[in-house]
Design a protein around this ligand. Structure first.
Ligand code: UD1
Length: 424
């Protein structure tokens, strides 16, 4: 398996286009199951999670054709209603396929997604959504089966006690083809939810309230063929923003909406970066002289600071100056990257949900393993700001969400490359 090799301490300079959003495209691919026809997605990122979702759709009977960044999903014939265990284990978010299967086929099944490195990640809210829509749930030997009740999937009023992204998506997918109206109170407001609703409305669904915590889904009988362009990935853009803050330089990130990144950009500004958002052009210029200053970050549901950028930003703060505080309020155990950053000489202490980061300069290159997707990207950020050589192993985690982190960062002038097992 390949490793990433980085020689740090060179500032980033240049411009790149940001890939399509992972967290937007995955539920859209699941939603394609709802339509007995063809759905075309554009700007689909070439990442492992998309490959996994493609495998799931094909297993269920869809025909997926990919050409460049375009993907056509033909869901005329669905033959299966169970997601094989291996896919749920490889990608937890595959559980949202259940909502789409329930909507289209009246039933769906899969194994119970276990806990993972970033916390227990229960699915109680997903199950609540199914129950309130009148579905029956069977749980046996770690497997789940949801089936529509005798009255079909009925519209319902669902109150989420926490604005879970996945549970909100599940409610949308399960109710688009339901009878009557479904209202979700306490819905997540992430831009990816808004994109999913725009995508579904473009297919003939009737959803309103996007961007608010109250979504209303008027059930429709059928959807129609459509094509839709996936937005740029705000988390990938934010990662490269953190890299520019850590290594210094001047970068232009194209194909991403600055307004989706308001809080991370505000934090980057407080760290000392100059931010020029160009909303109409869909791009952001970030320049940084000097070293990152100390800040207080607290993650939370959108529009608060995204938990997915917590570790890349922590890496930038670790090579800054002063004492920063990073509070993780979304996932209870998301500090695996902090422990790996210590190998670079970072001084980070963790108490429950809070990390205290004492800026240290320079960090020293290290040999580390990516602990998870965003944690792996954080180690690359640290490597760019560290003296000497860094090697990152276990990169399959990074490939789940970044098309090619070495391609992107070397286009910005970083000395970073893939090293194959044979050393080439
Ligand atoms: C999605 C994103 C992930 C991001 C997260 C938070 C995708 C594929 N993944 O994950 O990158 O980090 O949103 O922005 O879009 N919870 C419960 N019960 C549930 C569901 C969630 O207690 O039934 C809790 C979780 O344990 C967590 C919090 O709610 O503490 C947020 O989870 P959620 O918003 O559901 O995240 P995901 O949809 O899994």
């Amino acid at each position: 398996m390949s490793e990433i090799q980085i020689f740090g301490m060179s500032p980033l300079k240049g411009e790149i286009s940001i890939q399509g959003s992972k967290n937007a495209v995955l539920p859209m691919m699941a939603a394609a199951l709802l339509h007995r026809g063809t759905t075309v997605l554009m700007n689909v990122p070439d990442i492992r999670d998309v490959a996994c979702m493609t495998d799931i759709l094909e297993h269920l009977g869809c025909r997926c054709r990919r050409q460049g960044d375009c993907m056509a999903i033909d869901a005329r014939q669905i033959e299966q209603t169970a997601i094989p265990d291996c896919f749920v284990c490889a990608m937890r978010s595959s559980i949202i396929v259940l909502g789409a299967l329930l909507g289209r086929m009246g039933e769906g099944g899969g194994c119970y997604p276990g806990g993972c490195l970033i916390g227990a990640r229960p699915i109680d809210l997903h199950l609540k959504v199914f129950r309130e829509l009148g579905a029956q749930i069977e749980e046996k030997d770690g497997h789940l089966r949801v089936r529509r009740g005798a009255g079909g999937i009925r519209g319902a009023e669902i109150c989420l006690s926490y604005p879970s992204v996945g549970a909100t998506e599940q409610a949308i997918l399960a109710s688009v083809l339901a009878e009557e109206v479904t209202v979700v109170h306490g819905a997540a407001k992430e831009p990816e939810i808004e994109s999913l609703c725009d995508f579904l409305n473009n297919m003939g669904a009737v959803i309103c309230g996007m961007g608010t915590e109250h979504l209303m889904i008027q059930g429709v009988r059928r959807l129609h063929d459509s094509s839709f362009r996936v937005d740029g990935d705000r988390i990938v853009a934010g990662t490269y923003g953190a890299a520019a803050a850590a290594a210094g330089g001047d970068v232009l990130l194209k194909g991403v909406k600055p307004s989706d990144l308001r809080e991370p950009l505000r934090i980057l500004g407080r760290m000392g970066a100059r931010i020029q958002p160009e909303e109409k052009e869909g791009r952001i210029r970030i320049s940084m002289d000097g070293v990152p200053g100390a800040v207080h970050i607290c993650t939370g549901p959108y529009p608060q600071f995204p938990t997915d950028l917590q570790s890349p930003f922590m890496a930038a703060l670790a090579c800054g100056q002063g004492t920063s505080r990073v509070e993780e309020q979304v996932f209870e155990a998301r500090f695996a990257a902090a422990r790996a950053l210590r190998a670079f000489g970072a001084r980070i202490s963790i108490r429950e949900r809070e990390a205290v980061v004492e800026g240290t300069r320079p960090l020293m290159g290290a040999q580390v393993m990516a602990p998870d997707l965003r944690g792996g990207a954080a180690l690359a950020v640290a490597g760019l700001a560290a003296e000497g050589e860094t090697r990152i192993g276990n990169c399959r985690h990074i490939e789940r969400g970044y098309e090619d982190i070495c391609r992107d960062l070397s286009a910005l002038g970083a000395r970073i490359r893939w090293v194959k097992e044979d050393g080439t």
